[in-house]
Ligand binder design. Structure first.
Ligand code: PLP
Length: 348
């Protein structure tokens, strides 16, 4: 098997560019547990401002940012509701239950797309001691396992209006909110305005080696800061990492459009080669989820076939394969992936 020439496993694979490494090396630092790292403070202020919130908190991972956000809104024994494929319920290893005593219920979705009827069919409030009280609705934008789906602002606003009436909070898992913003043209602050807390990742398509940010009210972030330390997430001279995030915000946001165009081109080629494996119109951002079953293949066979051409992909179900475009995959890499997929799909 050849080495991996084109790695479409995830956009977490990006390595810091030379310019990003230079920005990191030159960062001004201090002890962030004492609030004395000027670069971390600059990053927090910048991201809070972009999302239209009062305050922000730098965290090592997106999972920690999400989990801090969830616990701010949901008391032990209360519930959150999210869609069936949401990262917070599928890929954070039960953290909301383990750390915060939160139970979860989920609504079904197609491609992770938010239909307000989903959450509102579950939200349960004012039921006294008889049923579990819903305290939080979680929305993911873009939707990872759904295939990079961009959530329509109108649907988000509808859920917000309904939850506000019921006294239920809203958290946005915005690991790839940058992609949603670039694909839709909706300002980040317009998304931010509909949520009590938002988490964003710097380590996905933006290309930073590590780091996420949680935003919310000043009061909420003060509480999240205490819990971050309690979780062992109090970090010291991490301006060196925040500098990577600031560099990414300056240089790697607009270029996400290139990733989106390459993902769409790949999807179109697959649809041409094997109609039914993907609707290219549904590929709005950097993630492609192929239904290789429609070409008569299992996901393991497809992943193996692609690997024999040096292209790494990820089986997310028995017949579903995910491919993610990012900073380290260019047009030539996309050509390689297209040629490989044509051959593998035709082999079925
Ligand atoms: C990657 C990701 C996260 C955070 O993951 P970490 O690996 O903990 O940084 C959260 N939500 C979604 C949708 C993600 O894709």
């Amino acid at each position: 098997m050849p080495d991996v020439a084109v790695d479409l496993l995830s956009d977490t694979l990006t390595r810091p560019t030379p310019a990003m490494r230079a920005a990191m090396a030159g960062a001004d630092v201090g002890d962030d547990v004492f609030g004395e790292d000027p670069t971390v403070r600059a990053l927090e202020e910048r991201v809070a401002g972009l999302l239209g919130h009062e305050a922000a908190l730098f965290t090592p991972t997106g999972s920690m940012a999400n989990q801090l956000g969830l616990r701010l809104h949901v008391a032990p024994g209360q519930e959150l509701v999210a869609d069936q494929q949401a990262h917070v319920v599928r890929a954070e290893l039960g953290a909301a239950a383990v750390f915060s005593g939160i139970t979860s219920r989920t609504w079904p979705s197609v491609r992770g797309l938010l239909d307000p009827a989903g959450p509102m069919s579950l939200v349960t409030t004012g039921v006294g001691p008889y049923q579990v009280e819903t305290a939080l609705v979680v929305v993911e934008n873009t939707h990872n396992f759904g295939g990079g789906t961009v959530q329509p602002l109108a649907a988000i606003r509808e859920v917000r209006a309904a939850t506000r009436e019921r006294g239920v909070a809203m958290h946005l898992d915005g690991a790839r909110l940058w992609n949603a913003h670039v694909a839709s043209g909706v300002p980040l602050a317009d998304y931010g305005a509909e949520f009590d807390t938002v988490s964003v990742c710097l380590s996905k398509g933006l290309g930073a080696p590590v780091g996420s940010v949680l935003v919310g009210s000043a009061e909420a972030m003060a509480s999240a800061r205490v819990w971050r330390k309690r979780y062992g997430g109090g970090m010291r001279q991490v301006g060196i990492l925040a500098a990577a995030g600031l560099h990414a915000l300056d240089h790697h946001v607009e270029r996400l459009a290139d990733d989106h165009a390459r993902a769409r081109r790949f999807a179109q080629a697959c649809a041409d080669a094997a109609p039914g494996v993907i609707d290219p119109e549904g590929v709005e951002t950097n993630i492609v989820v192929l239904d290789v079953g429609a070409a008569g293949l299992g996901s393991a066979a497809f992943v193996e076939g692609m690997a024999s051409h040096g292209v790494r992909t990820y089986a997310v179900g028995p017949a579903a394969v995910r491919l993610v475009w990012h900073l380290d995959v260019d047009d030539a890499g996309t050509d390689t992936a297209v040629a490989a997929a044509r051959e593998v799909l035709a082999s079925a």
